[in-house]
Design a protein around this ligand. Structure first.
Ligand code: F0G
Length: 388
């Protein structure tokens, strides 16, 4: 597979090495993850001009800031999710401007579709035949759907007995080949990485692949437009493998570099207390994580002990003056119920972690009554019916 698009480069997030895009996702010099970088001065006016188009919003509205120039997108209508202003929950928490970004409205009912449309399009650009991922459920559902749409083979590694049934059903109906691995998500991701490194015909689409991150950063562009061209003051994001919080921060960083916003939001990540290596590192003032060997939480989507993008996430939190919190399963359960019975939004357990984090942040004074706050509701509750 060879790279065909030279308008962007890979940049190592640690040693700043610049590389031509390829299907290797760690730096050959220092081993750290890579991100995609553009010459924003060159892109600026075309990006701004492209925003003159009236909504609907979508991932591909922001194509000028995506690493795909010519290839026809593999799309099922991703992005363009509602930003719903809270009514009752905001009042209960004493907040004037609380919003929910309802990512459950994506085609496979989670935020993963934003990244998947871009990375599967990239797979087509590279003439890949088979895509592979490790997943706690949503990534596999999304990959299976987009691979089906593109006519690619899909290979999924899942932790045995640890994924919500609704997500498994999605991967099955879209025709993915599913393998249960004897271990947790962290083990499954290691295996998937090894397989993709050994076999040139497998293209890995987990969020260590920087093309995934590019699609997911469009959440920030949409938020900015939906808030009438201003950034929120704080964004609450549930954290598992730490790709999404890194992606959303990248989006805001780019808006700031383009001089389109005057301030960036605090990025506030929320992990489940039983799977919280990032929250612990942050609380202890450490600049690296100690992976947890046996992560455990009811919020199976974020049952992850060794987040691959931990360094990106810590950077996001430090650079944005944010924080990483944790929420117990009991707090997550209560938050899920609150969101459902106060706002009519049914988020899956992992998504409710964002609300649980907000409740803590309100209590500890991390956010203020008149802050503009967004909670990212990452996936639809119907995927995981263990709640009843
Ligand atoms: N919320 C939901 C619903 C998720 O499915 C995930 C991750 C997250 C939050 C956390 O996002 O990993 O980027 O920090 N799910 C992955 C998966 C791990 O395999 O579906 P993250």
């Amino acid at each position: 597979m060879t790279a065909t698009n030279q308008q962007h480069l890979f940049r190592c997030i640690q040693c700043d090495a610049r590389l031509n895009p390829s299907n290797r996702f760690s730096c050959p010099r220092c081993g750290e993850l890579l991100e995609i970088t553009y010459d924003l001065n060159v892109i600026r006016s075309a990006f701004i001009a492209s925003l003159k188009k009236p909504p609907p919003y979508s991932v591909w509205r922001y194509r000028k800031l995506l690493p795909i120039t010519h290839t026809q997108p593999v799309s099922i209508g991703e992005g363009g999710t509602s930003l719903t202003k809270s009514n009752r929950l905001a009042r209960k928490l004493g907040l004037s401007s609380l919003y929910f970004k309802n990512e459950g409205q994506n085609p496979t009912a989670s935020f993963k579709d934003r990244g998947m449309t871009v990375v599967i399009t990239r797979a087509i650009e590279l003439s890949a035949r088979t895509v592979i991922c490790a997943s706690t459920g949503n990534t596999s559902a999304s990959m299976a759907a987009y691979a089906a749409r593109a006519g690619l083979n899909a290979l999924v590694l899942i932790p045995s007995g640890k994924i919500a049934k609704g997500k498994l059903v999605q991967a099955i109906i879209h025709g993915a080949k599913i393998t249960k691995v004897p271990g947790n998500f962290d083990f499954a991701l290691k295996e998937a990485r090894k397989m993709a490194e050994r076999r040139d015909d497998l293209y890995l689409v987990n969020s260590i692949n920087p093309y995934r991150v590019e699609g997911q950063k469009t959440t920030s562009f949409e938020l900015w437009e939906q808030l009438e061209n201003r950034a929120p003051d704080a964004v609450f994001v549930p954290v598992g493998n730490a790709g999404n919080i890194s992606a959303i921060w990248k989006g805001f960083r780019e808006l700031k570099e383009l001089n389109l916003i005057s301030h960036t939001p605090k990025m506030i990540g929320v992990q489940a207390a039983g799977a919280a290596p990032l929250a612990r590192a942050y609380a202890n003032g450490k600049d690296r994580i100690d992976p947890w060997a046996r992560p455990e939480t009811w919020a199976s989507a974020i049952r992850i002990g060794a987040p691959a993008s931990w360094r990106k996430a810590l950077k996001a939190v430090h650079e944005s003056n944010g924080s990483i919190l944790s929420a117990t399963d009991e707090q997550i359960r209560r938050a899920q119920r609150l969101l459902a019975d106060h706002e009519g939004i049914f988020g899956e357990p992992a998504s409710a972690a964002a609300i649980a984090g907000l409740i803590t942040a309100r209590r500890t004074g991390l956010v203020h009554p008149h802050d503009v706050i967004v909670c990212v509701i990452t996936g639809h509750g119907l995927k995981d019916q263990s709640v009843v």
